[in-house]
Ligand binder design. Structure first.
Ligand SMILES: [Fe+2]
Length: 159
């Protein structure tokens, strides 16, 4: 008999091979109070959710997976750059710590790409891991790190 164990964002059905990853569902809790940034965060999650859908397919082409992961990575880097642009522009005092957190994510994405390019890579597993990691990372980062700039950015006229 299989037993379902809920472990944060993953459901494991022990005893068979069923693994269902939860997609991210946006709620107001994730708003940082800045329209442009909220829209970027939502788009980031949309791409990650699409990758999760993609990995559910049985006839998965490596090329499609690589394209989607590239789209996610490129968009993530563009988004992190947007925030960092405002840090510079407004001289945000918490920038160094915040940028260090962004750099952790950048490093992970680059590691996934190295794995993906390796000969004989398990591209489905890499896609699942990268999408899941991205959702976990960004949702935690918004709540614990991004929300700290809301008041500061608002005071500089960004809302
Ligand atoms: Fe951030």
């Amino acid at each position: 008999m299989s037993q379902i164990v809920k472990c944060r964002d993953l459901h494991f059905a022990i005893g068979d091979l069923l693994i269902i990853m939860d997609k991210f569902i946006w709620t107001n809790e994730y708003s940082v109070g800045i329209k442009e940034i909220d829209e970027q965060h939502q788009h980031f999650f949309e791409i990650a959710n699409r990758i999760i859908d993609l990995t559910m397919k049985t006839d998965l082409a490596q090329e499609d997976v690589a394209k989607s992961l590239e789209e996610l990575g490129n968009y993530a880097f563009y988004h992190l750059g947007t925030e960092e642009g405002y840090f510079d522009k407004f001289n945000y005092p918490d920038a160094p710590l915040h940028i260090a957190a962004h750099n952790d994510y950048r490093k992970m994405v680059n590691d996934y790409f190295v794995q993906l390019r390796a000969a004989g890579s398990d591209f489905k597993k890499i896609a699942e891991e990268m999408a899941s990691y991205s959702i976990n990372w960004l949702s935690g980062h918004i709540l614990l790190v991004d929300k700290k700039y809301t008041q500061f950015f608002n005071e500089h006229g960004l809302s």
